[in-house]
Design a protein around this ligand. Structure first.
Ligand SMILES: Nc1ncnc2c1ncn2[C@@H]1O[C@H](COP(=O)(O)OP(=O)(O)O)[C@@H](O)[C@H]1O
Ligand SMILES: [Mg+2]
Length: 161
C-alpha cells in the first residue's frame, strides 16, 4: 500500500537527536576513527551525552598474523592490548577539551560483532564510526567493520567520512 505524502509520520521535534544520552564511538588508531571521535565529542557536548570510547582487540587478525609470522598469539595480544590502552588514554585526555563525560572500554573479538553487542549492552542511543579505519582501502566503499555495524546495530549509526 502506498503511503500518501500527507500521511507520512515525521519525527517529533524532540526525537532521536535531542534524546541522545549515550554515544558509543569505535576507535582503531586510524585517522578515520580520529575524525569519528571528534564528531562523537561534539555531538556529546551538544546533547549532554556520555561518550563511550571503545577499542576492540581484533582477535581474528591476531590469529592470522600469528600463523603468518613467528610471533605467538599471546605476544601479539599483549602488543594489541598495550596499543589499545594507549589509544584510549589519548582520547580520554583529548576529551578534557570538551564539556563531556567519557568512559573508555577495551574489549576483544571481531570488531563489528563486539561493537554491536556493546552498543546494545550500553544501550547506546547513537554509534559513531569512521567510514574507514586502519586497513585504509578507500577505493572500495566503506570499511568492513563499519558496513557490518551499520547493518547490524539496532540504534542510529553516524558514519564520519
Ligand atoms: N578494532 C576496532 N575497535 C573499535 N572500532 C573499530 C575497530 N576497527 C574499526 N573500528 C571502527 O570502524 C571504522 C572503520 O574501520 P573498518 O571498517 O575496519 O575500515 P578499514 O577496513 O579501512 O580498516 C573505524 O574508523 C572505527 O570507527
Ligand atoms: Mg579495520
Amino acid at each position: 500500500m502506498n503511503t500518501a505524502l500527507e500521511d507520512t509520520i515525521y519525527c517529533e521535534p524532540d526525537r532521536i537527536f535531542c534524546k541522545i544520552r549515550k554515544i558509543m564511538v569505535g576507535v582503531d588508531g586510524s585517522e578515520g576513527a580520529a575524525r569519528a571521535v571528534t564528531v562523537a565529542f561534539e555531538i556529546g557536548e551538544l546533547t549532554k551525552s556520555k561518550v563511550y570510547i571503545v577499542y576492540i582487540i581484533p582477535l581474528p587478525n591476531i590469529k592470522h598474523i600469528s600463523v603468518m609470522s613467528d610471533v605467538s598469539e599471546e605476544e601479539l595480544l599483549k602488543k594489541y592490548e598495550i596499543n589499545g590502552k594507549k589509544i584510549l588514554q589519548g582520547y580520554e585526555d583529548a576529551a578534557k577539551d570538551f564539556d563531556i563525560k567519557v568512559e573508555i572500554i577495551l574489549d576483544r573479538g571481531l570488531a563489528s560483532d563486539v561493537l554491536i553487542a556493546l552498543s546494545e549492552k550500553i544501550e547506546a542511543d547513537l554509534v559513531v564510526v569512521g567510514s574507514h579505519g586502519g586497513t585504509g582501502l578507500k577505493g572500495s566503499g566503506m570499511g568492513s567493520s563499519t558496513e557490518r555495524v551499520v547493518l547490524g546495530a539496532s540504534c542510529p549509526v553516524f558514519v564520519v567520512k
